[in-house]
Design a protein around this ligand. Structure first.
Ligand code: CMP
Length: 140
């Protein structure tokens, strides 16, 4: 199916100036960028976005990291976009990410792991709505 997924290029990758390289990987994999914005997340925005992880031990560090600098947020659309984006990203822990994946190539640690991607259709819907309205999304 044609799906949409929410992608975030995290502060570490924005600081390394690899937005363009990561966008090329999306486009070459058939994932169209149909919405995008750069944003400095507030603590509240980061906490809301990662609400499902609130009780996890890494939650405070995660929010701290995600607010440490601007992030680049995009909606990707394409065939099996959710799984395809997760393949491009590689494992959450870059030490376990397959060679050639975004996290293997650009990430430093499980916290500073370069990118986020939605994990399921319902999560994608909720995550997209955190940052984009219908008028911001340009399917084509
Ligand atoms: P992300 O896909 O953005 O979703 C939650 C983030 O928490 C995850 O990527 C990691 O960057 C971070 N994180 C830190 N520690 C862990 C952990 N033990 N398990 C999963 N995610 C973790």
């Amino acid at each position: 199916p044609i799906e949409r997924t929410l992608s975030i290029i995290k502060p570490d990758a924005v600081a390394k100036d690899v937005i363009g390289e990561i966008y090329s990987r999306f486009e070459q994999a058939g994932l169209k960028i149909i919405a995008a914005r750069m944003k400095q997340l507030s603590r509240e925005e980061a906490e809301t976005f990662y609400e499902v992880h609130r009780d996890r031990p890494f939650f405070t560090a995660l929010v701290e990291f995600m607010t440490s600098g601007p992030v680049m947020i995009q909606v990707l659309e394409g065939e099996n976009a959710i799984a395809r984006n997760r393949e491009l990203m590689g494992a959450t822990n870059p030490a376990e990410a397959a060679p050639g994946t975004i996290r293997a190539d650009f990430a430093q640690s499980i916290d500073a792991n370069a990118v986020h991607g939605s994990d399921a259709p319902e999560t994608a819907r909720v995550e997209i709505a955190c940052f984009f309205g219908d008028d911001d999304i340009h399917s084509r």
